[in-house]
Every structure is written in C-alpha cells, then in structure tokens.
Write a protein that binds this ligand. Sequence first.
Ligand code: OGA
Ligand code: MN
Length: 281
Amino acid sequence: MNLEIVPTGAALGAEIRGVDLAQPIDEATFATIERAYDEHGVIFFRDQRITAEQHVAFTRRFGEIAYNIFGQRWSVPGCPEIVVVSNITDDGKPIGIRRAGEYWHSDMCYTARPPRGTILYAIETPELLGLPLGDTEFASAAAAWDALPESLQQRLLGRRAVFDFTARKRAFPPKPEEILVNPPVRHPIVRTHPRTGRKCLYVMRDDCAAIEGLDAEEAEALIAALADHIVKPQFIYRHRWRPGDLLMWDNCTVQHRAIQDYDLPQRRKMHRTTMGGSVPV
Ligand code: OGA
Ligand code: MN
C-alpha cells in the first residue's frame, strides 16, 4: 500500500490515502495509521467498501471493543459490536439512534472508563442540491488546553469534575436500568493522553454537574467558560461526509457534535463502533 497522510489544515484531523480497509493491513501499515490517529485526533479514509465484520475487525486492531450502552437497542442484527446511527425508519420504527451527539460531547464521558475512540462508517449521507448535509464538527481539546494562559492552566490542574449521565437532555430518554449502571463519576478536567502524554481539557457543559472544591456557581461559570473555549473556531475541523467514509476520533483529545440540518426524506445511516478505553488520568 502507498500510504499518504494529508492533514486537514485545521487544528486536528488528517486524511489517510492509499489504504483499502477491505484488504489485510500489515503491522507496519497499521502502526503508521495508529500513529497518525494519536497525532491528529481524527483520521479518515475515503471511498471504503467494508462489511460489518471488516469494520469490527479493524476496530479490534486498536484493542478490545467497548459495548455502547444504547447498543442493545440499536445494534446491527447479529453484530452487537456495531450500533446504527440513523434517522431512517423502517415500517415506522427507527433503525438506529436518531439525533445522536447533537450537542458538544466526548463519547460516554459519564462512564468510569470512557472509550478510547469511536469509528463511524458512512453508508448513506444526506444532501441538498448536491451539497452535503449532516456534517460532524470536531474540536481539539488539546489545542484548547495549549492556548490557555499558564495561570489558568495551573488553577485547573488536579481538579476533578462530576460527570452525570442524567444531566444531558437526549432526543430519547434513557431507561431506568441504563441510568442505574451509570452512577455519577469523577474525572480530571485536565486529562493526559495515555499514549502521547499530551494534555487536554475534559469538560463538557451538558455532562459536568459539579467541580470538586468549587461551589455550584463558581463551578457552573468555569464549566461554561471552558466548554465555550474548547469549541472556538480555531480549534475545529468540520467533516463533510461522503458515503464510504470511515472516520475515527480520539475521545480524550477531541470533542464532537453532529450538525442536525437535515430531515427525512434526506437519509443518513452510519455504522459505529467504540474501542475500549482506560480510566482518565
Ligand atoms: C456518535 C456521534 C455524530 C454524528 O456517534 O458518537 O456523536 O455526526 N455521532 O453522527
Ligand atoms: Mn458522539
């Protein structure tokens, strides 16, 4: 394979060219892909044609699979590792999670071991007059950390926030049993990437309910200020999807949101896997 890494020019993200994910990937090629992933936070491959099994096998190259809590309701039949993210209904029934990730977040940050990363494979993407809709925006929480004044960095280091699964409004309500298995957890608001050592902000307005050692008002103001800082335009890459894109992001250094600027009959269908992660430090 003639692998080429083409950075997006934004604060994060790179396209990987010359790789066919339907073919076996040798160790050296995989190591190059994994390095690019660690370095750029978001990587994507265009024009892929892969089966659900190949998608799962590629995910496993990065370690164990993490099972999404909503996956039981919306996985691909016979393939519990893949969750369908879609606005399509079949016979009036949704085929996948609708309006997933509409507001800025990092996946499953309310769990004790959030997934290392998430992989989306685009099967159908919406458009209007040939213009792509349903983009996804990605923000570099690492670049956002680097840009903070040192005095503020010092104030944040060592602090932890309470991440509460029930704090965020979702397009569909979690079931009581889903809430029960996700009690509030505490994570550092400045994370160190387990592979690169890079520091990044780990604060989500809709998931962080409190900050240890701060009263409610101070905590709310700090969470809001940092959440707004992370998503400033200079830290963002916006991905315009094409069918056949396989894109993956790092849930430590990157936050993301789905742009909901389309509706049926415009159809969007993604296959999603998540990789096991570690306890944030
Ligand atoms: C997700 C997610 C965004 C999108 O799958 O975790 O946030 O654009 N998806 O589908
Ligand atoms: Mn998400």
